[in-house]
Design a protein around this ligand. Structure first.
Ligand SMILES: NC(=O)c1ccc[n+]([C@@H]2O[C@H](COP(=O)([O-])OP(=O)(O)OC[C@H]3O[C@@H](n4cnc5c(N)ncnc54)[C@H](OP(=O)(O)O)[C@@H]3O)[C@@H](O)[C@H]2O)c1
Length: 290
């Protein structure tokens, strides 16, 4: 039985992922944003006939470093090892918001909080059985451009007037790949680190704005065409690559980037060792790990 930690488990691919892991008999510690979402998640699993005996649901706000710190402390108290850490939670192109820690929200939710969680949990991962960290990045990250600490600093604290939502999303997803690759260089003999593009997947990620519900209804027939043509994935299909990486006995490319359960060419920025180290150093300072 693997001990798995999964962020953003109440919807989309995160929910499919924990469902599958629970069905395999794994112990799953899943994060959601509120007590109400935790109750709903358990209800939904029950409706789907999934046993939740091995499930623990914790409330974690990924836009608050304090909340991430508390969750990491809780894991140290509760478990002696982590076998699979799946960083799935994410937000895409929200209106501009600066978190109480002072960062642009996509930067913090998608990248910095997950960075912090992984770095804190490394000792538990090192105790794991064939431990693997699976970071749900995106195709968007392939187009990321930032490769200096000055640009990184500017993006992390971007001002409202300069905010470009897609650019911030893209760069946050590239940073996830950069971090996985750097950790593979440093700890690759003990832990496997991979990032994933899950495909274009019909989830609430696209419907979270003010007009989300209307958009979802309008796009429903178009989504069907997307499924038929293979251009759009269902959440079940979208979760397949992460689940493959979590469960396969195939040898994985440490630090690699995967899509459709196979390695995929990553952004060349990931190869830049100087930048990878600068990004890790700066991010550690931001989360108070130096
Ligand atoms: N869908 C796609 O086409 C696609 C493509 C490439 C990559 N991805 C990536 O795949 C991952 C999963 O997304 P999805 O498509 O399954 O979307 P989703 O259904 O919207 O799931 C996102 C999850 O992240 C959680 N989350 C968002 N902000 C959070 C915060 N501040 N604190 C804690 N949790 C937070 C959400 O919780 P709430 O429900 O409470 O908001 C939800 O559980 C994301 O990292 C996304 O960037 C998706």
């Amino acid at each position: 039985m693997n001990i798995c930690v999964v962020t953003g488990a109440n919807s989309g691919m995160g929910m499919v992922t924990i469902q599958e892991l629970l069905e395999r008999g794994d112990r799953v510690i899943a994060t959601v944003r509120s007590a109400k979402k935790a109750t709903l998640l358990v209800q939904l699993l029950r409706e789907h006939g999934v046993s939740h005996t091995n499930l623990e649901v914790e409330i974690v706000q990924l836009d608050q470093l304090d909340s991430v710190r508390q969750f990491a402390d809780l894991l140290f108290d509760r478990i002696g090892r982590i076998d699979r850490l799946i960083l799935n939670a994410g937000v895409m192109v929200p209106p501009y918001h600066r978190t109480k820690d002072g960062f642009e929200s996509q930067f913090q939710v998608n990248y910095l909080s997950h960075f912090y969680l992984i770095e804190r949990l490394l000792p538990l991962l090192e105790q794991g059985q064939d431990p693997r960290v699976i970071s749900i990045s995106s195709l968007a990250g392939e187009g990321g451009l930032i490769r200096t600490d000055i640009e990184l600093e500017a993006m992390a604290h971007v001002k409202k007037e300069q905010y470009n939502p897609m650019r911030s999303y893209r760069e946050s997803k590239l940073l996830q790949m950069v971090h996985m690759r750097e950790l593979a260089e440093q700890y690759g003999d003990r832990v496997t680190f991979v990032s994933v593009h899950p495909g274009i997947v019909n989830t609430d990620l696209f419907y979270r704005g003010k007009y989300g519900k209307v958009l979802k209804t309008v796009l429903k027939p178009i989504a069907q065409i997307g499924y038929w043509t293979g251009k759009l994935y269902t959440p079940e299909y979208g979760a397949k690559t992460a689940l493959y990486l979590a469960t396969t006995e195939d040898r994985l490319e440490n630090g690699g980037y995967y899509a459709d359960s196979a390695p995929r060419l990553s952004n060349p920025v990931v190869e830049d060792e100087t930048y990878r180290q600068q990004a890790r150093h700066l991010s550690k300072q931001w989360v108070g790990l130096t």
